[in-house]
Structure formats: C-alpha cells, structure tokens
Ligand binder design. Structure first.
Ligand code: SF4
Length: 94
C-alpha cells in the first residue's frame, strides 16, 4: 500500500474528505484512550527520531517538516502521548 502522501496525491475531493474524516475519527479515538506514562512517550519519540520516516520533506508546514511522520502524517510529539496511538510500521515497543 502506498504511504498516505502518495494516496492523497491520487485522490479526488470526495476521497480526500473521506480520508480526512477517517483520520479525525482515528485521532479522536486515540485522544480519549488517555496518556501513556512519560517514559513510554519518551521511548516512542526516541524511536521516531531515529526512524527514516521522521520528518515530512514534502510538507510545507514547518512543524510537520521537522517532526511529522511521512507514513501516517501525524505530528509525532503529540502522537506518542496517547495509549491507543500506533506506529504504522510497528516500530514502537509499547
Ligand atoms: S510513527 Fe513509526 S514509522 Fe512514523 S516516524 Fe515514528 S517510528 Fe517511524
């Protein structure tokens, strides 16, 4: 499956809206799952910082350029905080 940036580039407006709606729902579910302890969040983020997918080079947004995941398009300093957040490559241990 192509990563999300490639999929978005190939979408029509309806598909793009469906994708956005799905991602908002997914983010909402992760947020209400609660926070992980600080040590787990830090361990996750350390994995991300060493990952080849850390930082979205094609993004025009400075924060996403520097700290986004180019696979899931999430802002990683926030994503690592929530219990139900998942690394799309399954690189996190917890
Ligand atoms: S979420 Fe996973 S794939 Fe994305 S940057 Fe972090 S470790 Fe890499």
């Amino acid at each position: 499956m192509p990563w999300i940036g490639e999929r978005i580039a190939q979408m029509n407006q309806y598909e793009w809206l469906l994708e956005k709606t799905y991602r908002i729902k997914e983010f909402g579910v992760a947020i209400i799952s609660g926070f992980v302890p600080d040590d787990i969040a830090e361990a996750r983020y350390n994995v991300c910082k060493e990952c080849e997918h850390y930082g979205i080079e094609s993004s025009g947004n400075k924060l996403m350029f520097e700290r986004g995941c180019e696979i899931c398009y999430c802002y990683l300093p926030a994503k690592v905080l929530f219990k139900d957040s998942k690394c799309p490559k399954d690189f996190w241990k917890k």
